[in-house]
Structure formats: structure tokens, C-alpha cells
Design a protein around this ligand. Structure first.
Ligand code: ATP
Ligand code: MG
Length: 76
């Protein structure tokens, strides 16, 4: 597998929302939502990645930024 992580120093995401943000329009109530995203990016990303045998998840705490990681099978 290939594994890639993208980390930020943004507002972070409370653990109670870690599943919900990967659902369509499953935003976190508060500032991030006001920014006006489509609410689709993570759900589409997870569908693409799982369809190819990979996984996509987040590790994050409020105030501590977020780290999104995905895996994909390496070409054989
Ligand atoms: N890096 C991040 N830091 C904090 N919250 C995030 C982050 N990325 C996503 N979120 C939260 O997860 C929600 C869903 O994210 P998602 O990327 O699916 O949609 P979006 O960012 O609203 O729109 P877009 O489809 O334009 O990316 C966001 O609305 C936001 O509440
Ligand atoms: Mg987004």
C-alpha cells in the first residue's frame, strides 16, 4: 500500500464528527461551515479511495489541527 497524509494547523475537528464529515453535506457546525464549501469533497474522496481498495480517515482534535490520511494499493 501507498500511504499519504496531509496535515494542517486549522481549527481541528472534534472526535464526535470524525464519521459525519465523510458523509454528504455532513459538515461540522460552526466556523468551517460558514466558509461555504460544497460539503461533498470528503465523501467523494472516500468513495473514490474505498472503490480502489484504499482507506481514508482523519485524526484531529479541536485546536490542534487535522491530519487526513489515505492508503491505496500500490501497482503490482
Ligand atoms: N481540514 C479541515 N479542518 C477542519 N474541518 C474540516 C477540514 N476539512 C473538512 N472539514 C469539515 O468537514 C466538512 C466536510 O468537508 P468536505 O471537504 O467534505 O466539504 P467542504 O469542505 O464543506 O466542501 P468542499 O466539497 O468544497 O471541500 C467541512 O464542511 C468542515 O466542517
Ligand atoms: Mg473540503
Amino acid at each position: 500500500m501507498v500511504q499519504l497524509s496531509v496535515e494542517d494547523e486549522g481549527p481541528g475537528i472534534s472526535k464526535e464528527y470524525h464519521q459525519r464529515i465523510f458523509q454528504r453535506f455532513g459538515g461540522v457546525p460552526g466556523a468551517a461551515q460558514v466558509r461555504g464549501g460544497s460539503g461533498l469533497g470528503l465523501s467523494i474522496s472516500r468513495e473514490f479511495i474505498t472503490a480502489q481498495g484504499g482507506q481514508l480517515w482523519v485524526e484531529s482534535q479541536p485546536g490542534a489541527g487535522s491530519c487526513f490520511t489515505f492508503t491505496l494499493p500500490a501497482a503490482s
